[in-house]
Design a protein around this ligand. Structure first.
Ligand code: AMP
Ligand code: ZN
Length: 133
């Protein structure tokens, strides 16, 4: 897609710190890392978000995330790992080319991915089950 920065990075038009590349994906270091080693999986084909992503690319992206998590954990010595994927401005997406965040976690790091748990009421549970199941 014209003027999509992640299309340009993924396809090598803009240089990046690349950890992995194949025909369909590039994995780069995030320029504003949440922790040491924070990386992004970028498909080379443009999809703005998970809603536009093909099933095939979605499946391959998850397998790649699994492989990168193991490789990065071994290499960096982190103690845990978050995989984060934002869709839409309301959900914190700032670059509108699908990407998955690979975030290594270390004791005492300042990564904040928490929320205040609510309470699932019977009414809301029934409403959601009726709509989705
Ligand atoms: P999101 O908020 O989920 O859309 O994530 C966008 C991520 O892309 C942020 O973590 C940014 O730090 C990162 N980012 C933005 N521009 C670049 C870039 N040119 N190279 C590497 N990472 C970038
Ligand atoms: Zn793009």
């Amino acid at each position: 897609m014209v003027d999509c920065i992640f299309c340009k990075i993924a396809n090598g038009e803009i240089p990046s710190a690349t950890l992995y590349e194949d025909e369909e994906f590039r994995v780069i270091l995030d320029l504003g890392p949440a922790s040491k080693g924070h990386a992004l999986i970028l498909p080379k084909t443009h999809a703005a978000n998970i809603y536009e992503l093909s099933d095939e690319t979605a499946g391959k992206a998850m397998i790649l995330a699994k492989h990168m998590a193991s490789k990065m954990t071994d290499a960096l010595g982190c103690e845990g790992f978050n995989i984060v994927q934002n869709n839409g401005e309301i959900a914190g997406q700032t670059v509108f080319h699908f990407h998955m965040h690979l975030i290594p976690r270390y004791k005492g790091d300042k990564v904040g991915l928490t929320w205040t748990p609510g309470k699932l009421t019977d009414e809301v549970k029934d409403e959601i089950l009726a709509k989705i199941k």
